[in-house]
Unconditional design. Structure first.
Lengths: 243, 273
């Protein structure tokens, strides 16, 4: 772990403007925390506290209305909160991953091709990419007879396994996890835990929201509670921090 | 109670990490047709290898803008540059008509919603593709046929039908012939004007998959116009939203769909099935 944080979130604020209701929705205000390489932060909070919204704001599916998200990329430091769209697109291809509970698959594309795609985009040969795709599908417990089938017909759990295999096939520097264990069976949850532990050892920094945080208990370094705005580290020594 | 809805999202910075210059830069494009202001001071940048989606209702100016990109029409005001070797700083609208046509044939491919605009319906499919190669100066019959075959194959057109005339083909097949013609010369820029509108959903999925594969394997830069938000969402990296000839919003595709900033975009996204 280096002494400089990988991510410095400072005063991050998200408000949604809803024109059709002529109203504003305040998701969170003034959130600040640091994240280091190889660190795992769990976001806690009641429904609607803004956990997923915070992840999406860092990922830039949502545009923040204030604050900064300084990120130490391989190309230099950049503020994700106001970076150009093409820079965000570049970082998403190379360094930052986002795993949701939903597979966003194009119709009529086989499971193994969906999983292999990030590798193909990174310039890996087709044969090698497919080999690795099958390896990860196998790891997450997708049966070989489904590898060439279209995931749009799969059950929610099977789709999620394909989603995870795709999302975690390339090691990123920063990984944002939005309830990735929802709808997974015990075997796939264990496979996910093994993969996350491996990535964490490799120095990947992780921020996650989990419906059952017990699934990843052994990985958690710190918790941030968006309801109470309390940061706690693994020694359970809690301190009130101005978030 | 009236709330202040003027809260600005953070101003986005100029690209810093992306080392590539934009392939396409348009600035200050305005065009009138009689009393109708079809385009009002439109700026656009498209970077190498990306898919830029343009959405908006009928009459918003999106197809007019695409025709400008294809140099089929020139604006009343505005500049257009493409980073092609030796032409980096040239306003393409200043070129003579013949030069524009040659540049367009050589470096820009287009697929129209209506195949009649893009194809000679009573010539063979392979002949339609070869015509593009002839314009570029290729004369050997064997080379023409090989290259046409290769482009049709890359567009996933069944090669046993390459001598069939487009008029005898289904809509999905006609789009593949247009696509083969568009990519035959390995263009820097591929323009797609509602390429799947009117196709049934299973054919649409196959055409989109072909496009996605072409983009991945050949790194072709694409501009895709569609009023189908699902198509744009599947294909585009970034999106421009047009209304009444103006760009009202642009951003990463997922951001525009999940957190639209402009009142019109919110309406558009909420209206999606």
């Amino acid at each position: 772990m280096t002494s400089t944080p990988l991510l410095r979130v400072q005063g991050l604020t998200k408000t949604f403007r809803m024109y059709h209701l002529d109203s504003m929705l305040h998701a969170f205000e003034g959130v600040s925390f640091d994240l280091f390489e190889g660190e795992f932060i769990l976001l806690r909070g009641h429904n609607g506290a803004g956990k997923s919204t915070l992840l999406r704001t860092i990922w830039r599916s949502y545009l923040p209305v204030g604050g900064h998200v300084f990120y130490r990329s391989n190309h230099g430091e950049i503020d994700l909160a106001n970076a150009a769209d093409v820079d965000i697109a570049l970082l998403r291809r190379e360094e930052i991953g986002f795993v949701t509970q939903f597979l966003n698959a194009r119709p009529r594309v086989a499971a193994q091709d969906i999983v292999a795609e990030p590798l193909l985009l990174a310039g890996v040969s087709r044969a090698e990419a497919l080999d690795q795709a099958r390896h990860w599908l196998d790891q997450f417990g997708v049966r070989p007879e489904l590898w060439r089938a279209y995931p749009s017909t799969f059950s929610g759990g099977e789709q999620q396994k394909v989603n995870l295999a795709r999302a975690l096939i390339l090691p990123q520097k920063l990984l944002l996890l939005d309830e990735p264990t929802a709808s997974l069976d015990a075997g796939a949850r264990a496979a996910l835990l093994r993969r996350l532990a491996e990535l964490k050892r490799q120095g990947v920094a992780i921020i996650g929201v989990f419906h059952h945080p017990g699934d990843v208990e052994t990985l958690i370094d710190r918790e941030i509670n968006l309801s109470t705005r309390v940061v706690a580290d693994e020694t359970t020594e809690r301190e009130d921090v101005a978030l | 109670m009236s709330l202040d809805l003027g809260l600005p999202a953070l101003e986005r910075a100029e690209p810093r990490l992306m080392r590539a210059e934009p392939l396409l830069t348009m600035s200050g494009i305005s065009k009138r047709f009689g009393n109708v202001r079809a385009l009002r001071n439109v700026d656009a940048k498209v970077y190498p290898g990306e898919v830029m989606g343009i959405v908006g209702e009928s009459g918003s100016g999106k197809s007019t803008l695409l025709r400008m990109m294809n140099l089929e029409d020139t604006p009343d005001t505005g500049d257009y540059t493409l980073r092609l070797p030796g032409r980096e700083n040239e306003n393409l609208f200043d070129l003579a008509r013949y030069e524009r046509r040659m540049l367009c044939a050589r470096h820009i491919g287009i697929v129209y919603q209506n195949p009649h605009l893009g194809l000679l319906m009573k010539h063979s499919s392979s002949g339609n593709v070869a015509e593009r190669l002839l314009i570029a100066g290729e004369r050997s019959f064997d080379v023409l046929r090989d290259k046409a075959r290769e482009a049709l194959d890359a567009s996933e057109f069944p090669l046993d039908r390459m001598d069939a005339r487009p008029i005898e083909l289904s809509g999905g097949m006609q789009q593949r012939v247009q696509l083969a013609k568009a990519i035959a010369l390995e263009p820097a820029l591929l323009l797609l004007d509602e390429p799947t509108t009117g196709l049934d959903v299973s054919v649409q999925a196959l055409v989109l998959d072909t496009l996605k594969r072409l983009q991945r394997d050949r790194k072709i830069t694409m501009v895709l116009v569609s009023h189908d938000l699902g198509v744009i969402r599947t294909m585009a990296d970034r999106v421009m939203v047009m209304r009444h000839g103006e760009v009202v919003e642009q951003g990463l595709a997922d951001q525009v769909f999940q957190d639209p900033q402009h009142a019109y975009t919110q309406q558009l996204v909420h209206a999606k099935l």
